[in-house]
Write a protein that binds this ligand. Sequence first.
Ligand SMILES: Cc1cc2nc3c(=O)[nH]c(=O)nc-3n(C[C@H](O)[C@H](O)[C@H](O)COP(=O)(O)OP(=O)(O)OC[C@H]3O[C@@H](n4cnc5c(N)ncnc54)[C@H](O)[C@@H]3O)c2cc1C
Length: 379
Amino acid sequence: MDFSYPADVEQFRNELRTWLSANLTDELITARRSPRSDAVFDMLHAWNATLADAGWAAVSWPREYGGRGATVLEQLVYTEETTRARAPLPLNVIGMNNIAPAIMQYGTEAQKTTLLPRMMRADDIWCQGMSEPDAGSDLAALRTRAVRDGDNFVVNGQKIWTSLGHRADWCQLYVRTDPEAPKHQGISCLIVDLRLPGIEVRPLVTLNGDTDFAEVFFHDVVVPGDALLGPLNAGWQVATTTLSHERAGAARLYAELQVRLEELVTDFAAFGVGGDPVTLRRLGEIAVRIKYLEVLCQRSISATLHGGSEITALGSASLAKTVWGEIGQDLAALAFDVLGPQASRWADYRLTSRSLTIAGGTTQINTNITAHRVLGLPR
Ligand SMILES: Cc1cc2nc3c(=O)[nH]c(=O)nc-3n(C[C@H](O)[C@H](O)[C@H](O)COP(=O)(O)OP(=O)(O)OC[C@H]3O[C@@H](n4cnc5c(N)ncnc54)[C@H](O)[C@@H]3O)c2cc1C
């Protein structure tokens, strides 16, 4: 960042830096980039509890839910410092960034107090059941059905691509509760205990041999009525919750790529490769694109800081997500092209980078959003 931070923000940085240097081990840094074997998962689980106990797992969350109520600048510093230190993030990434804000906005007091602290500490692992075999980009086409039966709901259907599904205790599940209503209006959100009878979780094995996500099947699952999050048939509003306490999260996009680029240059130097003009040009292009991404992310953070339009911020975020995914794929490809058989350290990223332009909204969908919201083009 090119502006200086106020003294209290620098104090926050120093406190975090000191804590990280005392607690973050080389083993954890390596684990962050390793495929999620059970041993790696257990290590990251323990790290998550350490982070939470020290108050560093959810700095952006309000204090009442166990966070620090950090300001936007403090969040930015948190992102910079944890990324530079290569610290693993809390395990419930989707939970903390997407599900928790919805619980904070729509949840009952009982849901908030019982679920949020355990999510932050990863005492419970969370997954998000949105996508189905015939409902991905067009999420509103989802067909998993929940039918009222007295005080309960009975759920039938299937979810797919559920990240952490096979490890999860809880699922934020989107279901159709009114099949007669227009498709965006007949959806509800349930918070489902995955240990309930009738739920079957089948892990999906990805290109790199990981089981990062799963298919989740629901066969006549009886879910208690108090699992409803938000009003009945208001699931679309819950899904598009914009209340996010994590206002500077976009900074992680460019900060992480910058760290990866530095690691790539270090590897090239270690193997004595990459000094030819073609590789230098490719490296230079990636460096410039990361700078461009930094400007895009700062634009969206600045809109938050200075009260800019939410629409601009959302459009910039869609553009930033697209650019981030494409740079990540090009960086991984460059590592392989130049390092060849010595690129084993990059193998996992090379394979998982294929998903960067799909997860969390595909490039085509984000390009449509950018065209509409940033450029003002008709739908
Ligand atoms: C790593 C990873 C983690 C994921 N985690 C989760 C999770 O935890 N929970 C969950 O619910 N889902 C998860 N997903 C699923 C993800 O949200 C979907 O894959 C994504 O929304 C796309 O849906 P789809 O795969 O059904 O593709 P489709 O929607 O079928 O799209 C297929 C192709 O058509 C294009 N396309 C579709 N509609 C349009 C359009 N209107 N205009 C232009 N092009 C279009 C798409 O861009 C894509 O190229 C994850 C996916 C990945 C890769």
